[in-house]
Design a protein around this ligand. Sequence first.
Ligand code: HEM
Ligand code: NAG
Ligand code: NAG
Length: 483
Amino acid sequence: MDSMAVFLSLLFSSFFSILIFFLFRSSSFALRKLRLPPGNLGLPFVGETLQLISAYKTENPEPFIDERVARFGTLFTTHVFGEPTVFSADSETNRFILQNEGKLFESSYPSSISNLLGRHSLLLMRGSLHKRMHSLTMSFANSSIIRDHLLIDIDRLVRLNLESWSDRVFLMEEAKKITFELTLKQLMSFDPCEWTESLRKEYVLVIEGFFTIPLPFFSTTYRRAIQARTKVAEALSLVVRRRRGESERGERKNDMLEALLDGDGGGGGFSDEEIVDFLVALLVAGYETTSTIMTLAVKFLTETPLALAQLTEEHDEIRAKKGESEPLTWNDYKSMPFTQCVVNETLRVANIISGVFRRAMTDVNIEGYTIPKGWKVFVSFRAVHLDHDHFKDARSFNPWRWQSNSGATSSGNVFTPFGGGPRRCPGYELARVELSVFLHHLVTRFSWVPAEEDKLVFFPTTRTQKRYPINVQRRNVSNPCKE
Ligand code: HEM
Ligand SMILES: *[C@@H]1O[C@H](CO)[C@@H](O)[C@H](O)[C@H]1NC(C)=O
Ligand SMILES: *[C@@H]1O[C@H](CO)[C@@H](O)[C@H](O)[C@H]1NC(C)=O
């Protein structure tokens, strides 16, 4: 019943775009000699959507890309989610597309997603407003801010969470809780309490709405997400209003909300609604991504005992020089070379954001082909990160590769887990620090074994099927196997 409904509406939504595609293709060949990137449009109506989904629901989705790259090259046309889409698996092309954000291409989200994000979300902004808000976000999460202000809370909240662990934990759930608490603290100075936990419950419903692809408007999950978004926005509005009052009375806090209330970055203040949308965007962007990377780092380490042993040794050494509950400092963070290899390798292999969608703002000529104005483009990071030409034995987890020649066999910008150009993730350093601190406290406090076999899948998002349950056991931290 359900899959029939999916099929039928894909059929209808795709019908017109395919029709337009063929009309367009024949007329433009005749009139303007456009050369579209080669490719296969798949079945009538649904295109290659079903192949894509079934590939990404397995542990090894690579054949979907490999087969097409082998037949058509690294720039090919496919037809997914109701639209013909040009797929780029080439690092140079990817760079070109990302760098030309706002000039030749612009980011593009389906309306179901923009409704959940809110009109004033950073992810949807364009032009000079986007530039200003992007740099405001950067200046809230840059390395000196993390070093001087955020690190201490990251350390404290991670520790606090791990203290409650015993027996079996679902790692993905715990990582989400930690990430949410960290973000609320960073954005508006809230410590975990009943209020933050009830906000999180609503928020989880909002997030579910993002993944009701391909049929959001038919789904109850989506409707529930829209309702939950209203509740989250109301709760945050109250906070913003109260803080605005406090700020006017001179009671100032050192957080993102304060910067927004001040209207930092030039160009005047923001309305409450703008601030709320902005906060929601940051909560969305950092939540699923950071918690998934925490979970997958642990999964890959568990499956690579030598790497786990080396990582543990690195962190035991750092801990041995400190008191048991002394917080990590920036210097400690900077003396975790192997951890940084593990972080990069996890980002490379897991590809939490496997790529980003853009839309051509004009006809764009590239690699001898033309991408017609209005067409969708998918910039695949995954295809590049798992390409043997760039990374030797690219499909296995090997953190040691980062110890020499920075991991990639070819030079240049082939490693882009955080994107590039004007929309490059402003949270890239924050995510790295949060993951490193999390790994530090995890390996110095616990040993663990997987409680069940769990599989990695990539649709609708990168995740493990069972939220990665593990059985944890406390290590003797005061005496970390030194003598
Ligand atoms: C492992 C964790 C993370 C990964 C892999 C990741 C990845 C990305 C990528 C690939 C983009 C580019 C999207 C595009 O070009 O359309 C992006 C954008 C963004 N990220 Fe992250 N991110 C992570 C964590 C975070 C965190 C912790 C924050 C919190 C500050 C954050 C905030 C943002 C924001 C606000 C944007 C939108 C930027 C814009 O459109 O100008 N991200 N992220
Ligand atoms: C980080 O942002 C602050 C403003 O919030 C700024 O003063 C500082 O120079 C920035 N640091 C770096 C390393 O960009
Ligand atoms: C990890 O990747 C970043 C690029 O995102 C790079 O600058 C850094 O040198 C890499 N770290 C290691 C240890 O190779």
